[in-house]
Design a protein around this ligand. Structure first.
Ligand code: TXA
Ligand code: MG
Length: 314
């Protein structure tokens, strides 16, 4: 997939691809993003599959305008102060997710929070306005490689795994956005970036830096606060024991829910968090038995997540 110069026409094509659940790489002021429609679970699952990450980290959701945030998160006064001054720009805000948030649960990797930013790049903004939906977009590179600041880097790293690469030239900042958690009383910088602690503190008061204090929240991935079911989870189960819910995959009988009737790991990833939540019902079940999931492609991340869910009880 060779980069296509970003024009009104190619941006419209990108928007159509995104609405159809495809992946489009687009420039932001920080790095190139690998974008997918954040409301479509399978599009989000395709992002994880393309990046080849062995686990699910929550993704940043990009919006065209700060008014989009009210439908997704529960912003407070700090959000207003920060967004009015520093958006558009390289600042991502982690906020509590609205209960009726229309985005895929995979975007939050099962957390009750959501990370949002408004990119300061005309191509990103035009694309978002054309899609009219928030876009999940991690950096457009395969896991463990350097973030792309040119469209050519995206081509080298992701090749055929992306449906369109919009070329908007070199990224101005060249470093990922600052990630600031404002879900708690004390604001915490989870990932340092171009927006500094001083700039943030000038607007909302003292801010802590996660890396400087082991007691502060960390960027998720290994986080224990990742959604863990309250019921015990039993893995690689061929069927349910009495009282257990059965979360199936592919064919078979006696399923409470099926991650993917057609045994598709992308579809299973898209359903994983919502189905675990649905079955985590202590009034109906005493445990959740989960069918074996093939450990290939995004199935590796699914198994990683399931192992954490099963281990969180012991
Ligand atoms: O500059 C950027 O932010 C680029 C461009 C493309 O916008 N995007 C980017 O996205 O770096 P991503 O998905 O690779 O970065 C996600 C970061 C990770 O550090 C992740 O842990 C954190 O944001 N994050 C996402 N959702 C979170 C949440 N709900 N709570 C805490 N941290 C979160
Ligand atoms: Mg990255």
């Amino acid at each position: 997939m060779s980069p296509t110069p970003a024009t009104a026409e190619s941006i419209a094509e990108g928007a159509a691809l995104l609405k159809a659940g495809k992946l489009v790489s687009f420039p932001t002021e920080t790095v190139y993003g690998l974008g997918g429609d954040a409301t479509q679970g399978e599009a989000v699952a395709r992002i994880f599959a393309a990046k080849g990450r062995p686990s699910f980290n929550p993704l940043i959701v990009h919006v065209a305008d700060r008014t989009w945030v009210a439908g997704l998160a529960e912003p407070d006064g700090r959000f207003d102060k920060l967004a009015r001054t520093l958006w558009p720009g390289p600042l991502t805000l982690v906020m509590r997710r609205r209960r009726d948030c229309p985005l895929s649960e995979l975007v939050s990797a099962g957390l009750d929070s959501i990370a949002v930013r408004m990119p300061d790049h005309p191509v990103a903004q035009e694309l978002l306005r054309a899609v009219k939906r928030p876009l999940a977009a991690p950096s457009a590179n395969t896991s463990g490689t350097v973030s792309p600041t040119l469209a050519a880097h995206v081509k080298e790293s992701l090749g055929t795994k992306v449906d369109l690469i919009l070329d908007g030239g070199a990224c101005r900042v060249g470093l990922e956005s600052t990630v600031l958690d404002i879900t708690q009383h004390t604001a915490v910088i989870l990932r340092p970036g171009a927006v500094t602690a001083e700039e943030i503190a000038a607007l909302i008061g003292p801010v802590k830096v996660s890396a400087e204090d082991p007691a502060l929240p960390k960027s998720p991935g290994q986080l224990a606060s990742h959604y863990a079911p309250s019921l015990p989870v039993r893995l690689n189960a061929s069927d349910a024991q009495p009282g257990e819910a059965y979360l199936g995959f592919g064919g078979g009988a006696g399923m409470s829910l099926n991650l993917s009737a057609k045994a598709d790991v992308i579809e299973a990833a898209a359903n994983l968090f919502a189905m675990l939540r649905a079955l985590d019902d202590t009034a109906r079940f005493k445990g959740i038995a989960v069918a074996p999931i093939p450990a290939e492609g995004i199935g590796i991340a699914i198994n990683d997540r399931l192992k954490r869910a099963a281990a969180s009880r012991v």
